[in-house]
Design a protein around this ligand. Structure first.
Ligand SMILES: [Zn+2]
Length: 314
């Protein structure tokens, strides 16, 4: 009988792994270092070794494991990864290679998508089947899940929500992707600081945020909660852009819930409140009332949960 799942979140410095039962309860979390030397050619061997050792420890047979799910930091198509700069990888057939090393079925997706799936299965989106997930970190990532299926699109760019253009994109900041005015340039942690610094330069209002050499997004949200005028303006701008993009997404795939994770979301319900405020302003009436806004709950474990969910669906 299939009783167990393995979820693997492969990052540039470490690999997080989780042993789960098929209901989604974590039995053990563990991690290994990501060895990126020699083009990262031992990474999958190291992961297979860690899983097989863990199975030994728990006296688990291969026929009791439904599968291994793995999230990788790069675009994935049919189990094949096409260039992961962080790992030193070119084209790697993760599914075939890891299956050969473990003799267990493997399912592969990218890291932003598995985080969204994790939140859908056991986190802020638990109980729903249609979710849109934003990771608000150094950059902005995303995942679009429709009826429990990740939307990858024609070349894996489905869910790249950080590069959705904001309303005044022509006047926006330059993005790493080469366009200007991507959501990421104003709604990531660095984007929020960038917007706040511009407001501090443009406006004369007194602010506790002035003359801070290392302004952070957390400080901006903390100051907004204290009523700081500039910080409040920065938060409104954040909510306006994110709320606008959510209103466009809402008439595209009509999700039940938007979930917000990543470091920025630690600011709490100020995030969901301000996004929802602008969403209600822009959204079509049929989606305005039914769409829910929630914070992610799994933190850094979202990836292993989502990877385990991939393994469950094998
Ligand atoms: Zn961009």
């Amino acid at each position: 009988m299939k009783k167990y799942l393995y979820g693997v979140d492969l990052g540039g410095t470490s690999v997080k792994l989780g042993l789960f039962d098929v209901e989604g309860t974590v039995i053990e979390k563990f991690s290994i270092k990501t060895d990126t030397s020699n083009g990262g050619n031992t990474i999958l061997k190291d992961i297979a070794g860690a899983i097989l050792t863990n199975m030994n420890t728990h006296n688990i047979n291969k026929d009791e494991v439904n599968g291994i799910g793995i999230g990788v930091p790069g675009p994935v198509s049919d189990g094949i990864v096409n260039r992961c700069v962080n790992l030193g990888w070119g084209v790697v057939n993760v599914k075939a290679d890891l299956e050969a090393l473990t003799n267990i079925p493997v399912s592969v997706s990218n890291d932003a998508n598995i985080a969204g799936l994790g939140e859908l299965w056991q986190g802020g989106g638990a109980g729903f089947r249609n979710l849109v997930f934003f990771t608000l970190g150094t950059g902005v990532g995303g995942a679009v899940v429709v009826d429990n299926q990740i939307i990858n699109g024609v070349n894996g760019a489905g869910g790249e929500l950080g590069h959705a253009p904001i309303p005044d994109a022509d006047e926006g900041f330059m993005c790493n992707c080469g366009n200007s005015g991507c959501l990421e340039t104003v709604a990531s942690a660095t984007g929020i600081v960038r917007v706040t610094n511009k407001l501090l330069a443009d406006l004369d209002d007194a602010s506790t945020l002035r003359d801070r050499p290392h302004l952070s997004a957390k400080q901006v949200f903390d100051a907004a909660k204290e009523g700081d005028k500039i910080a409040l303006e920065a938060v409104e701008y954040f909510g306006k852009n994110l709320g606008y993009i959510c209103s466009v997404i809402a008439v595209t795939n009509n999700p039940e819930v938007f979930v917000f994770g990543g470091g920025v979301s630690n600011a709490g319900t100020i995030i969901t409140d301000v996004v929802q405020k602008y969403f209600k302003k822009y959204a079509f009436f049929a989606v305005s009332e039914v769409t829910k806004f929630k914070l992610a709950t799994l933190g850094n474990d979202a990836g292993i949960f989502g990877a385990a969910f991939l393994a469950k669906k094998l």
